[in-house]
Design a protein around this ligand. Structure first.
Ligand SMILES: Nc1nc2c(ncn2[C@@H]2O[C@H](COP(=O)(O)OP(=O)(O)O)[C@@H](O)[C@H]2O)c(=O)[nH]1
Ligand SMILES: [Mg+2]
Length: 329
């Protein structure tokens, strides 16, 4: 299939074409990278936009169960829902969302849903770009809502928040009356905190935990992109499918307000600038990873170590060498 055909089929919402295109953006082969960039350039003029919802939470809080219940609720409303994942640990664990597909059985059989496991590799930077491009492909394919799930480890929440319009933090009811070890930085990113498992024996604890977080949210600095009452904490039960309509109503309220007050567009513009910056940094760092650059660096490092060259002079020489290679190429 050539790129024109692939682009055409994606625009028609063809899921096989979409899956194929995502495989293309996930590839690190140089010719595939070039094709992926070309494909995205062809899709961009169509300006299709989805609501991108980032979702984070530690393992076991019920992300997969929530995505299944929430996703099915949205498709029942006639919306098309895509689920993507950013999981930097998947290289080791074999992919969290993969095993999760069984937990998302209903959603994965839904014709209006598309679930894509996290690409299983290496560093967060690579996963971030691939997910971002997969988001763009899902938008072009006409999806209305894109859920981007991540486990709460390391920097992955930040990465997901940087590509989302809304960021949800999913929590479980706390045992005691202390707040769970949620880092302040992550609290500050959240638009909505959802305390899951508000059912059965856990319900009182969930209500208490929710109140604790509502209090903690009020203590945070007010953000310009929030109307009165946001960010907000709510209880839900993914298993009982309770509180999901209410959570969706709050999300829509927030989105409408941000659109009306130009924060939506401003946020997307700032995100685009951020990713451009990241791409430049990646590309520059990649220049150091070539065999030639490594050899030149090793040689200069040896001279720095023996004291015949200063670190600054060696760095200058290396950069001059890289510039020369660029011009020759
Ligand atoms: N009681 C209760 N259990 C839940 C709820 N949501 C998820 N669970 C359970 O919590 C466990 C972890 O759920 P899972 O969706 O795999 O969490 P994830 O690791 O965050 O994706 C499973 O045993 C679920 O059945 C809920 O709303 N109520
Ligand atoms: Mg899961």
């Amino acid at each position: 299939m050539n790129l024109d055909e692939l682009a055409e089929r994606i625009l028609q919402g063809d899921r096989r074409a979409l899956a194929r295109a995502i495989t293309l953006v996930e590839s690190s082969r140089e010719d595939h990278r070039a094709q992926a960039t070309e494909l995205l350039d062809r899709l961009r003029p169509h300006h299709r936009e989805a609501l991108r919802i980032g979702l984070s939470g530690t393992p076991g809080v019920g992300k997969s169960t929530f995505v299944e219940a929430f996703g099915c609720m949205l498709t029942a409303k006639g919306l098309k829902v895509a689920v993507l994942a950013v999981d930097p640990s998947s290289a080791r664990s074999g992919g969290s969302i993969l095993g999760d597909k069984t937990r998302m059985e209903r959603l994965s059989r839904d014709r209006n849903a598309f679930i894509r496991p996290s690409p299983s590799q290496s560093h967060l930077g690579g996963v971030a770009r691939r997910t971002r491009e997969a988001v763009a492909l899902c938008e072009a394919a006409g999806f209305d809502v894109i859920l981007i799930e991540t486990v709460g480890v390391g920097q992955s929440e930040t990465v997901v928040a940087e590509m989302s319009d809304l960021f949800l933090l999913l929590l479980a009811p706390a045992g005691g009356d202390e707040l769970q070890g949620v880092k302040r930085g992550i609290m500050e990113m959240a638009d909505l905190i959802l305390v899951n498992k508000a059912d059965g024996d856990l319900k009182p604890a969930a209500i208490r935990t929710c109140a604790d977080y509502a209090g903690a949210l009020r203590l945070l600095r007010k953000r310009p992109q929030d109307p009165e009452g946001f960010p907000k904490a709510m209880t839900v039960s993914a298993v009982q499918e309770e509180g999901l309509e209410e959570a969706w109503a709050e999300m829509q309220k927030l989105v409408e307000w941000r659109k009306a007050h130009s924060f939506w567009a401003r946020n997307r513009a700032a995100q685009a600038r951020h990713w451009f910056d990241q791409e430049v940094r990646h590309a520059l760092l990649a220049k150091l990873e070539t065999t030639e650059a490594r050899a030149a660096m090793d040689e200069l490092a040896a001279r720095v170590a023996e004291g015949s060259l200063s670190p600054a002079a060696a760095a200058r020489d290396l950069l001059a060498e890289l510039d020369k290679d660029d011009r020759a190429a």
